[in-house]
Design a protein around this ligand. Structure first.
Ligand code: KIV
Ligand code: ZN
Length: 523
């Protein structure tokens, strides 16, 4: 149980569902948000920032439902510095047994200029809004956005006002990833020493990764006295992202000799949640990403492999099991039965019911027929395949011819709202021809922002995971699919992104998207 008076305990505040979801393209469906919140709660995250309730009806519903379902975590919502935002936020989080309102305003000269407020006018607004939030909720977090570029005297002044108005946590955001570890530690230390009342609140650190220093800056802030780290799974977030939860947690665990602070996180759940977030956000994890990258525990060179066989500590400072990776990874094959599949899925962190197992077994057999060995990563890709049952567009069949001496030709058959439609198109290569055929069947003006292919395992029969990101009138949707045939995976990922776009168009009315809510609109 969290005890914030314990000086060795650092609270983990996860903002994957708010700041993480703000990364262009990283939209999650309602059910996906509930699933990720449940995983965060289970792994021991202290505070979950579940969304920005005023941003859209969808965000409001997700935060409310996460609040109702939370078991241990405190559920927090974000609100700008105005009463409407704060009231809406409270309406959503009030269902949680433990709740929090997080309200913020940009305090640096650049950010003060956006609403065109003087220092005094902004100070007054901070006093009013934090007091209002505190009248609704006993746990209030306040953030001076762009704190690391705010004048020192003004920063101290507004923090003091927020504390007097009832804030219980003061978060110091490095909004643009501008600070460096020495400065980060020093800033928190001096604020705690200088601001009256600082010893009665928790100081938090919220670092963006524009210069690749977010994790180091967060840990330095803790050394300076911060006792809450704000972070996201896989470091998801605006631009270069945020501090990655897995990095700070494993750094604190591995170097506890020099960083004697503890978190309540069950680290064995890290790998599973990392994979789920990568799938539902459509943001694959880079291979060499610390802790959760595919290569983080891979040893390629002969010297390293030899060293590992003699003593794993020669080249490993953490055990793969500590983050939930099973040490051995024996592949399954076409003769493996249902029990072996269930067993393997359980070791990978998936609990499947009998009906789901039946469905996965069919797809597993189909894959095993095409591929001699089915590795853990193949199964994860299989588990991540979208549920296509309710989709508007479904792939019925496709045929592609390509090669030297001419354009590629693709014939695609789709079921569009129950009706079969066929189109044949030519293009620069098989993927281009396929996408053109899909567009001929379902004309749309969505712009392809990202097309990415990852081989899930090794060999020419490896499954490819394809990610597609589409943008249409400011609305963004991603799709992902895995298949041993890269062109089929590409078609399915494209169709999945289109389905999500259609769903978002239907569900979110105009102005309902989080990114259409401007931080500028502060009145
Ligand atoms: O980066 C930032 O400043 C934020 C605030 C809303 C806390 O995300
Ligand atoms: Zn942020």
């Amino acid at each position: 149980m969290t005890n914030v008076t314990d000086q060795d305990r650092v609270l983990i505040f996860d903002t994957t569902l708010r700041d993480g979801e703000q990364s262009p393209g990283a939209t999650m469906t309602h059910d996906e948000k509930l699933e990720i919140a449940e995983l965060l709660d289970d792994m021991g995250v202290d505070i979950i920032e579940a969304g920005f309730p005023i941003a859209s009806e969808g965000d409001f519903k997700a935060v409310s439902e996460i609040a109702q379902r939370s078991k241990n975590a405190r559920i927090c919502g974000l609100a700008r510095a105005n009463f409407a935002d704060i009231d809406r936020c409270w309406e959503a989080v009030k269902h949680a047994e433990k709740n929090r309102i997080h309200t913020f305003i940009g305090t640096s000269p650049l950010h003060r200029a956006i609403p065109n407020l003087t220092q005094d006018e902004m100070a007054e607004k901070i006093h009013e809004t934090v007091s209002h939030a505190r009248n609704l909720c006993e746990d209030v977090q306040w953030s001076p956005m762009d704190a690391t570029r705010t004048e020192w005297d003004y920063l101290c002044r507004v923090i003091e006002i927020a504390i007097k108005a009832g804030a219980t946590t003061i978060n110091i955001p490095d909004t643009v990833g501008y600070t460096a570890p020495i400065e980060s530690a020093d800033l928190i230390k001096r604020l705690i020493e200088t601001v009256p009342g600082a010893d009665e609140v928790v100081f938090a650190t919220h670092c963006h990764n524009d210069l690749g220093m977010a994790t180091a800056n967060s840990l330095a802030a803790v050394a300076g006295g911060a006792r809450q780290i704000e972070c996201t799974i896989n470091g998801l977030g605006e631009r270069a992202g945020n501090t990655a939860l897995e990095e700070v947690v494993m750094a604190l665990r591995t170097r506890n000799d020099i960083m004697p602070w503890k978190t309540g996180i069950d680290t064995t759940k890290i790998m599973h949640i990392s994979r789920r977030v990568a799938t539902v956000s459509g943001f694959p994890v880079q291979f060499n990403k610390a802790i959760v990258g595919k290569n983080a525990f891979a040893h390629e060179s002969g010297i390293h492999q030899d060293g590992m066989l003699k003593n794993r500590e020669n080249f490993e400072i953490m055990r793969p099991e500590d983050i939930g990776l099973s040490g051995t990874s024996l592949p399954l094959g076409k003769h493996s039965g249902r029990a072996a599949l269930r067993d393997k899925l359980e070791t990978l962190g998936y609990e499947v019911g009998d009906n789901q197992l039946k469905d996965i077994f069919v797809r597993f057999k189909d894959l095993a027929d095409r591929k001699k060995e089915v590795f853990d990563d193949d199964l994860i890709a299989l588990m991540s395949a979208d549920d296509e049952a309710n989709d508007h567009l479904q792939l019925v069949s496709m045929k592609v011819t390509c090669g030297t001496g001419g354009q590629a030709e693709a014939t695609v058959e789709l079921e569009v709202d129950g009706k079969d439609v066929i189109a044949t198109e030519h293009g620069d290569g098989p993927v281009d021809a396929t996408f053109k055929a899909i567009r001929a069947i379902y004309p749309n003006k969505a712009h392809l922002q990202l097309y990415q292919v990852h081989a899930v395992t090794e060999g020419t029969d490896a499954q490819a995971t394809v990610s597609v990101r589409l943008e249409e009138d400011g609305m963004i949707a991603t799709g992902q699919s895995a298949n041993t045939d890269t062109v089929v995976a590409s078609a399915k990922a494209y169709i999945s992104a289109l389905n999500r776009l259609i769903m978002r168009r239907e569900k979110a009315g105009p102005g309902a998207d989080a990114r259409e809510i401007s931080y500028k609109d502060l009145t």
